[in-house]
Design a protein around this ligand. Sequence first.
Ligand SMILES: NC(=O)c1ccc[n+]([C@@H]2O[C@H](COP(=O)([O-])OP(=O)(O)OC[C@H]3O[C@@H](n4cnc5c(N)ncnc54)[C@H](O)[C@@H]3O)[C@@H](O)[C@H]2O)c1
Length: 428
Amino acid sequence: MRDRIEKRMAEIAVIGLGYIGLPTAIMFANAGFNVTGYEIRKDVVERINSGKAHIVEPDIDDLLRKVIESGKLRATSNPADIREKDVYIICVQTPLREDRTPNLTYLESAVETVAKAMKPGALIVIESTIPPLTTVRMAEFIEELTGLKPGRDFYMVHAPERVMPGRIFRELVYNSRILGGITPESAEIAERLYRSFVKGQVFRTKSTVSEVVKLMENTFRDVNIALANEFAYLAHQYGINVFEAIELANSHPRVKIHVPGIGVGGHCLPKDPHLLVWPARDDFGLIRLAREINDGMPLLAKDLLFEALRTINLPPEKAVVAVLGLAYKGDSDDTRNSPASAFVEAIVDDVAEVRTYDPFVEGTHGSLEEALRGADAVVIATDHTVFRSLDWETLGKLMRNRVLIDGRHVVEMPPEGFVFKGVGRGEY
Ligand SMILES: NC(=O)c1ccc[n+]([C@@H]2O[C@H](COP(=O)([O-])OP(=O)(O)OC[C@H]3O[C@@H](n4cnc5c(N)ncnc54)[C@H](O)[C@@H]3O)[C@@H](O)[C@H]2O)c1
């Protein structure tokens, strides 16, 4: 196996071709391996094989076209096409259920597909973010299905993905990588594989450690954002601008307060803290409370909107509200767990009409002007770069009333003629 990896002869199957799986498949194909991407969505398979990516990510179309044209990457929905590969890399989604417990059915089904296709000696990598102890459990599941002994008859590793959408191709190469093996040999073989394109540091450890590391990273960010959001609430009580206060506090050499806003979204941050504590015996209050604070932020934006409507004597049920941005983060089309959607949901039954405009997201208004024409209020819910330099004087003329709520600190100075409020802006 080591030799086949070094000579780029190892055959790789990537399971799940989404935000993580497709770029990963492209990177291994680009490094010279023959890669088969296995994906249950047939529309995605067709699109990828025609050389067009179904996700928005800088450079992805050029890179994809190159590996499709060279024949190094091919996508399929047929499990027979991934039989007896040397390496399987699982990149399926690991979302939460309604009750905030992990939904591991995609992972279990992917592992089952791999177990049916694999040969002895294969390396199985899970890149998906998973609750602690899951890799070991999946290795046992494969043993049950195949009779093959983990660590002896096949290798298994958890290689958590730590890239950020928008910078995926750079970060795949330069980020450090944690490889958690069910045995040291598993991690060592995986290191040879990832070294084919990773230039960052590679750390080998146990799979339970890598599972916890990945989840701690996102929990660290979530808890810190919750603290910043708590500060934003406080700023409203004291009539100050939290962003000024944070900038000043961050001038201290040992303080680094995060950025508050309308909420925390995406596939990862809102779920990973739940995955971290889910298998644990005891309750972990701080982590759960941070989640509650962040989930509550769209309601603060709602309060600010209604407060502003009151100042112009417009009952909410008569208000037409335009929400700018549906993606969970700037310059992305990803709407998963988006606080913008949570905000829309929070107001939709209380106002006359909600319109959404997001230049990256299909199914929203065709143009900003169209969304704002005749609107009473506009709420910025995503920090897309284009929203930072809007000409409010001209846009304001399209509106029936001029209320502007900034949920993302993209408007530095309140524009003339608007009733302006912002999350954390107790004062402008
Ligand atoms: N998106 C990110 O920025 C990011 C960053 C770090 C880690 N992660 C983690 O990576 C994992 C994947 O996330 P994603 O954003 O790429 O998800 P995604 O939803 O974009 O992609 C998953 C893909 O897997 C496919 N799939 C599901 N079950 C399958 C099966 N049994 N066989 C074949 N294909 C199957 C789905 O159709 C989908 O296309 C998650 O665990 C996530 O937490 C994501």
